[in-house]
Design a protein around this ligand. Structure first.
Ligand SMILES: Nc1ncnc2c1ncn2[C@@H]1O[C@H](COP(=O)(O)OP(=O)(O)O)[C@@H](O)[C@H]1O
Ligand SMILES: O=P(O)(O)OC[C@H]1O[C@](O)(COP(=O)(O)O)[C@@H](O)[C@@H]1O
Length: 338
């Protein structure tokens, strides 16, 4: 499948519906996860820090931002490849997962164990406490191999998602270099990260970014107490040359900005099982909307519907397309500017 063929498929009218279609299988998206994780969810009724807590049930899922984005796209029938770094010592859970979902595995393997991140799920509050470990360091040689893997993927992939934290010791320029390189090849790059590597990556002008509110505040170096302040920060980023800025705000929804359009999207009140992966699902739904040629409002709704879909499960899975489609009708979009 060459790139031109893919783009033709993306814009054809019959791919503009919101449900899964055969055309999705021809879309080539690659995700890059420098710091994947096994998400170890433990359910603790009335969790209390500083006390003895008893675990009711536990579940281990492959995770990390790019792994989740790929899983959600694969659930919707998209052709997707994954790369980044995985430790050899506990790689089986990832290999099995990629095989089950039909995800093309292009990970570079490194010695050691991929980190396990602990997600404490409190009942009945449903609050999640995230304990994210630093992750597995990689060498300069490993990074060279990863660049080679990305080079190869760029032959037949049009969209690249660079997401998640970077293990300690990673140069802060890592995302910026990838954004510049892939952008120079005409690829669409979506960046969703945090800290200095995110800031430098943003400076290299990816096509789209999806910080949550906290990450946006960190990026612009000030608190953003209300919508006006968030919009000012978004304006600065769009003026710098970022094509599309999506700021997610948990239960308060998200603001989507592209060109001169600004949309505030609010999800309905939902019963939440786990919020882990909600941001990643939003990225996946947004990209799928773009690939289907939807306008910003359509992309915003699909992105929000994906995020809602994953709230009902523990682990990186979406409900069936009909459920996602149904929830689109319950999403409120307020046009701030058009
Ligand atoms: N409690 C919730 N109720 C309804 N929607 C939610 C809730 N938490 C997250 N979402 C949905 O998921 C999206 C991304 O969640 P958010 O927590 O902002 O991302 P991240 O996981 O990147 O921090 C939100 O914009 C919203 O659409
Ligand atoms: O790379 P980071 O920032 O430590 O985040 C990794 C964690 O984020 C997740 O990808 C979930 O992310 P979101 O809740 O933001 O969508 C988990 O699977 C993983 O444990």
């Amino acid at each position: 499948m060459d790139n031109r063929e893919t783009m033709d498929t993306e814009t054809s009218a019959d791919t503009r519906a919101t449900g899964a279609s055969d055309a999705d299988a021809t879309v080539r998206v690659a995700t890059v996860t420098l710091n994947p994780a096994i998400d170890q969810t433990i359910s603790i009724p009335n969790f209390a820090a500083g006390q003895v807590n008893r675990v009711e049930w536990e579940q281990a899922d492959p995770g990390g931002k790019g792994v989740n984005v790929a899983a959600f796209l694969a659930d919707f029938g998209c052709a997707v490849s994954v790369t980044g770094f995985l430790g050899t010592d506990n790689i089986e859970i990832f290999r099995n997962f990629f095989a089950e979902k039909g995800i093309a595995d292009r990970f570079v393997t490194v010695p050691g164990r991929t980190r396990a991140n602990v997600k404490i799920l409190d009942t009945p509050s449903k609050r999640i406490t995230d304990i994210n470990l630093p992750g597995l360091a990689f060498s300069a040689e490993n990074l060279t191999w990863l660049r080679g893997a990305i080079d190869t993927l760029s032959i037949d992939h049009d969209w690249f998602v660079l997401s998640g934290s970077t293990p300690s010791g990673t140069p802060d320029t890592v995302y910026a270099d990838m954004v510049a390189d892939l952008g120079g090849r005409g690829k669409k790059v979506v960046l969703d990260a945090s800290g200095p590597a995110f800031a430098q990556g943003v400076a290299a002008l990816p096509h789209a970014i999806k910080p949550n509110l906290e990450e946006l505040e960190e990026l612009v170096g000030r608190e953003l107490p209300d919508e006006a302040a968030i919009l000012t920060a978004i304006e600065e980023l769009i003026d710098r040359g970022i094509g599309c800025v999506v700021v997610s705000m948990g239960a308060d929804g998200a603001i989507f900005a592209e060109g001169t359009t600004r949309l505030a999207v609010r999800p309905p009140a939902v019963i939440v099982r786990s919020t882990v992966g909600a941001g990643d699902a939003m990225v996946a739904g947004f990209i799928l909307g773009k690939l289907r040629g939807l306008d910003l409002e359509g992309c915003a709704k699909l992105a929000t519907a994906f995020s809602l879909g994953t709230l009902t499960t523990v682990g990186p899975h979406l409900p069936p397309p009909e459920t996602i489609e149904k929830s689109i009708g319950e999403i409120d979009v307020r046009v701030i500017a058009r």
